[in-house]
Design a protein around this ligand. Structure first.
Ligand code: ZN
Length: 391
């Protein structure tokens, strides 16, 4: 597969649907009669984390904006990939959610005519994080669409959006891609060695971005190895508590690395926008304005850091749950693809019972739930590792 949809691993049905819509969109612009119903102005991309919701939405945006329908290498396609295309508005929640002001501003800007003469595309990542008022502002825009504006929303599932918005969107459903399809992308796109790509793809269970990180980033692979040590080492109270502390600490370190990478460039570009370092009339006033804007930015960064920390710990818990799912598969002799190195699995599978494996999986799920209820992370994770140690 070539062109803008090349990065969509194992999503053949979605690619067919979007290619058809993009040709219909071109036909509309050319004043021809498109295939009835193929194109519409509001789309909802759903699928499990890592299946490529936002990649699919971004590729579709490129196909709509490209003069040749999504070639993948013209200036327009490259600008869409870089996020700098004048007719593409990429929207991410500032913190934990989209506020009403952010959404209103967006709706206003979205109604403008496209500068490139094709479409104006608004890509809303994590649309499920809209607050209720923000959703209302968004709904109005989708109900009364500007003629050349296309809305692309992304959410884990259609149920994550209010029914009024959901019912006005064409739903695109991504599936969990097969490991072989994910490995194939890593090999062809990123030049990763095939055996390594397949191992990473299996470990990431269809999550393309995570598979790539596991294959290229030694520290990500090391953190995964840390998580997978838990089942073997949580055998009594002492180690269980120590493992809990290290799980939480590792997640915090990883989250810190991720947020620091995002924070500094944001502060930098804000300083530049306010012309820091310049002299002359009005500078003192501008500097006061900057202090306020900087405070806003730092508040948003703080709540994003909280979100990243939570997501990172959750990722570790899901990997742990996946390990026990693999144990269960071995215990039942089920013929499924395993994500975990087999030696560890067989050791645990042969010394425990399926009932205790199920109880352990439940303990992990309970921990995830408690974390969403804002229980202190260390407390929730200690409770879990203790449950894992006793089975
Ligand atoms: Zn192109």
């Amino acid at each position: 597969m070539t062109g803008v949809f090349a990065g969509l691993a194992g999503q053949d049905a979605v690619v067919a649907q979007l290619s058809k819509a993009a040709s219909a969109a071109s036909a509309l612009l050319a004043g021809e009669r498109p295939e009835p119903g193929a194109m519409t102005h509001a789309w909802l991309f759903t699928g499990p984390p890592g299946s490529g919701r936002s990649v699919a939405a971004r590729s579709f945006a490129a196909a709509l904006l490209c003069p040749s329908g999504g070639c993948g290498d013209c200036a327009s396609c490259r600008q869409v990939q870089a996020g700098t295309h004048a007719d593409l508005m990429l929207i991410r929640p500032d913190g934990l959610s989209y506020g009403v002001k952010q959404t209103r501003d967006l709706v206003l800007r979205a109604a403008g005519a496209p500068t490139g003469g094709r479409w104006r595309v608004v890509l809303f990542e994590d649309a499920d994080r809209c607050t209720e008022q923000a959703a209302n502002a968004l709904l109005k825009a989708i109900e009364e669409p500007a003629p050349r504006t296309v809305w692309l929303l992304c959410a884990p599932s259609a149920e994550d959006l209010v029914p009024t918005i959901r019912s006005r969107c064409r739903v695109v459903t991504l599936v969990v891609p097969a490991s072989s399809a994910v490995a194939n992308v890593l090999v062809t796109r990123d030049g990763i060695d095939p055996a390594r790509a397949l191992a990473a793809a299996r470990a990431a269970q269809g999550h393309v971005g995570r598979a790539r990180r596991l294959a290229v980033d030694p520290s990500a692979a090391a953190r995964r190895a840390d998580v997978l040590r838990v089942p073997l080492q949580a055998v009594s109270l002492g180690p269980a508590l120590a493992l809990a502390a290290s799980l939480v600490k590792t997640a915090e370190e990883e989250a810190k690395a991720v947020t620091e990478e995002l924070d500094e460039p944001e502060r930098d570009s804000l300083r530049k926008a306010f012309g820091e370092g310049s002299t002359g009339k009005g500078v003192a006033k501008a500097m006061r304005g900057m202090a306020g804007a900087m405070k806003d930015l730092e508040d948003r960064q703080k709540s994003r850091a909280t979100r990243v920390k939570r997501d990172t710990l959750d990722q570790a818990l899901l990997e742990l749950a996946q390990f026990y799912r693999d144990v269960l598969a071995v215990q039942f002799g089920a013929d499924v693809e395993l994500a975990t190195p087999e030696a560890d699995l067989h050791k645990i599978a042969s010394t425990t019972t399926p009932e205790s494996t199920l109880r352990r999986i439940q303990a992990i799920m309970r921990c995830r739930e408690r974390l969403t209820l804002n229980v202190a992370p260390l407390l929730a994770v200690e409770e879990m590792t203790l449950a894992l140690s006793t089975g």
